[in-house]
Design a protein around this ligand. Structure first.
Ligand SMILES: Cc1cc2nc3c(=O)[nH]c(=O)nc-3n(C[C@H](O)[C@H](O)[C@H](O)COP(=O)(O)OP(=O)(O)OC[C@H]3O[C@@H](n4cnc5c(N)ncnc54)[C@H](O)[C@@H]3O)c2cc1C
Length: 484
């Protein structure tokens, strides 16, 4: 029986990056791919954000030489109303930046890329092979070798038994290895189905119309993305696979393709549909169990895609890197038990990947109750149009770091602006306060009361009187403090 330090299953971004890292750490590494070559299934975007420059510069530096590459500086959001009218076109921040330098700062904007998976996956697989890993294509892993509850290797469709100190399962959303090892069954309601159409078009015309931007379409339908490549683009939309599923997947895209502004765009760039695909994408509140004795799950197999926007390639590479480093650490200690591999979870939770998932339930709730809820979007459009005035989409599509760090950076930026406006506000806005009617103030106070569970018990009049008293007390206290 063949024997390896690490056997990685899957040569998608997660598997290849794990194989590269393991080989660089001196481990005897084999990685298996069921396709005839890595990236044979050109299944997703891929739009890659600014943080790629921080974490995977060796990949970003090579992308411009690949045929499908488009440099991306911003995300353009198109908001459509119930009558299918385009109501807003808004770009997220994008400005003077040097794309070859990692920048986590808001004022540097985005410096990302769009690239076909048929270009990206072979690139990362080649890096792994150059580092010394062996790649076997057209090889399907169909089972794990289990001994006393620990994974000891994998079995291929051809019946080969490949022994490994550690197995890294990077076999995508359906992960045969996760299921065969008993780590989990189906995803339940946490997985989305993402139908997508690949359009080919005129390169010069696409340049003129989209420039260096990804597009998103929001409105009373399942929000859709448009990832723009050199001479083509992908239009895709997603939805959670729940028991109340009632949609034919192509209908999600048809709804967007009926928007007159989209049709005009297609006409101008001479777009022709080339391929229809529908793939699964785990979109979870948090990754479930990601390790067992002798095996770790990475990328989609581990449920790592971003809980806010479903981006998953950075997450696959990052978890692949951490899994391979943990494998090297565990093998060097001669202990690959479940207890030892708990180190994997500790490490990814402490990394930017863990930060990405620290508000997973909240992020999923936001998306579930906005972009993926066509009925609610009918009512939210006006609010979105008004909120867009203060640029909320920058926060959503700032891919320079995990979303919570980005949100804080944006807030910090807003607070930085406050002093500049305070003098203006004091002098010109404050006097307008006298014009706010007592009824409006009362309504606002009563609405605020509804959000505080304890105060809800008080009758409205008592609540308002209590506020009045508090106000007087505080007022006199503040005066006292000022006089001291
Ligand atoms: C339509 C769509 C659009 C998306 N757009 C974006 C985007 O723009 N940006 C972004 O960051 N993310 C995007 N994602 C998410 C992203 O594609 C995934 O998160 C990412 O591909 C996960 O990488 P992975 O290596 O874990 O798995 P995968 O990319 O699924 O790779 C798994 C690999 O394992 C192989 N394999 C599977 N089973 C076996 C087996 N038993 N034996 C051997 N080989 C096997 C497969 O052939 C495949 O090559 C999108 C997803 C979808 C579905």
């Amino acid at each position: 029986m063949e024997s390896w330090d690490v056997v990685v299953v899957g040569a998608g971004p997660g598997g290849s990056y794990a194989a590269k890292t393991a080989a660089e750490l001196g481990l005897k590494t084999l990685f298996l791919e069921r396709g005839r070559y890595a990236g044979e299934k050109n299944s997703s975007g891929a739009g890659l954000g600014t943080r790629w420059w921080r974490d995977f510069p060796e990949i970003m530096g090579k992308l411009p030489y690949l045929s499908s590459y488009r440099r991306i500086d911003m995300i353009v959001i198109k908001v459509v109303d119930e009558e299918n009218r385009l109501r807003l076109v808004q770009g997220t921040t994008g400005s003077d930046r040097d794309g070859s330098r990692w920048s986590g700062s808001l004022d540097k904007g985005m410096a990302g890329a769009s690239i076909y998976r048929s270009d990206l996956d072979p690139l990362i697989a080649d890096l792994a092979v150059s580092a010394g890993a062996e790649l076997r294509t057209s090889t399907l892993a169909c089972d794990v070798i289990m001994e006393k509850g620990t994974v000891r290797g994998v079995v291929t469709e051809k019946g080969e038994r490949l022994r490994a100190e550690v197995v890294i399962a990077a076999d995508g959303a359906m992960s045969t290895l996760a299921r065969r090892s008993g780590m989990r069954g189906r995803w339940g309601g946490g997985c989305t189905l993402v139908p997508q159409i690949d359009f080919v078009c005129d390169e010069d015309k696409l340049d003129a119309v989209v420039g260096n931007a990804e597009w998103c379409w929001f409105g009373p339908f399942n929000g859709a993305y448009q990832v723009n490549f050199r001479e083509s683009f992908h239009l895709g939309a997603g939805k959670w696979l729940r028991p109340d599923w009632d949609t034919r997947p192509p209908d999600m895209l048809r709804r967007v393709m009926e928007i007159p502004a989209f049709q005009k765009f297609c006409k101008v760039v001479e777009a022709r549909p080339r391929e229809y695909q529908a793939h699964l994408l785990p979109w979870l509140k948090k990754p479930p169990r990601t390790y067992t004795g002798g095996m770790m799950l990475v990328g989609d197999a581990g449920g790592f895609p971003c809980p806010l926007d479903g981006e998953g390639i950075w997450h696959a590479c990052m978890s692949g890197k951490i899994a391979a480093e943990t494998a090297a650490w565990a093998i060097s200690r001669g202990d690959v038990s479940e207890k030892a591999l708990a180190e994997y979870e500790r490490r990814w939770k402490a990394s930017p990947l863990g930060l990405e998932h620290s508000f997973g339930p909240e992020f999923v709730e936001i998306w579930d109750h906005s972009i993926f809820d066509p009925e609610l979007m009918k009512r939210l459009i006006q609010l979105i149009l008004e909120l867009s005035e203060i640029h909320p989409f920058s926060v959503l599509f700032d891919w320079s770091d995990d979303h919570v760090s980005c949100l804080n950076r944006h807030l910090e930026h807003l607070f930085d602006l406050v002093p500049e406006f305070s003098e203006f506000g004091e002098r010109y806005i404050k006097p307008l306060g006298a014009a706010v009617s007592p009824q409006v103030v009362k309504k606002a106070l009563l609405q605020a009361k509804g959000k505080l569970p304890l105060l809800r018990l008080l009758p409205d009049q008592t609540y308002l009187r209590a506020l009045e008293l508090l106000n007087r007390r505080l007022g006199s206290r503040l005066k006292e403090a000022a006089g001291r």
